[in-house]
Design a protein around this ligand. Structure first.
Ligand SMILES: [Zn+2]
Length: 156
């Protein structure tokens, strides 16, 4: 079977899974979009999570750059750079995952940094990012952010 066909079937399967998850998603019954902004209960853990995600994005960028340079320039040293970047990306993602499942919204009790639907009802955009990644960016920029599920606003 060709790689193209495998990639095509994989993307169809991924799309089906995302559609099933979106269909299963239920909005919280109570929205807190007009509630008073409140301080987040684990600010240090939230900032650490945001910095880990930023480091993961940088490692991912290094991974792509080393892969492109390795393919087009065919320089053996880029292979080592690729392995370092891949290891850093996977390692940082393994650190981030338990953090993301630890942090939750105090109003609706849903995970703040785990996006269970493609269109969360109260997602805010920030520099072209949306959902959990926009929350990460707003935390890094020391701006207030909103729970993407219930709308509760939190101050840094
Ligand atoms: Zn919430």
């Amino acid at each position: 079977m060709s790689h193209f066909l495998l990639a095509f079937l994989g993307s169809l399967f991924a799309g089906l899974i995302i559609a099933l998850i979106d269909a299963k998603f239920r909005k919280p019954e109570t929205a807190f979009e007009h509630a008073t902004a409140r301080p987040f209960h684990h600010p240090i853990l939230l900032r650490v999570s945001a910095f880990v995600v930023a480091a993961t994005w940088i490692a991912l960028l290094c991974l792509v750059v080393s892969m492109v340079l390795g393919i087009f320039l065919i320089i053996p040293s880029f292979g080592a750079a690729f392995l370092w970047a891949a290891g850093a990306t996977v390692g940082l993602a393994l650190i981030y995952t338990p953090l993301a499942f630890t942090l939750y919204c105090q109003s609706c009790r849903r995970h703040l940094l785990v996006q269970w639907t493609t269109e969360p009802p109260f997602a805010e955009k920030q520099h072209g990012l949306n959902g959990w990644s926009a929350i990460i960016l707003r935390v890094l920029m020391r701006k207030s952010f909103r729970c993407m599920y219930c709308g509760q606003r939190y101050v840094g």
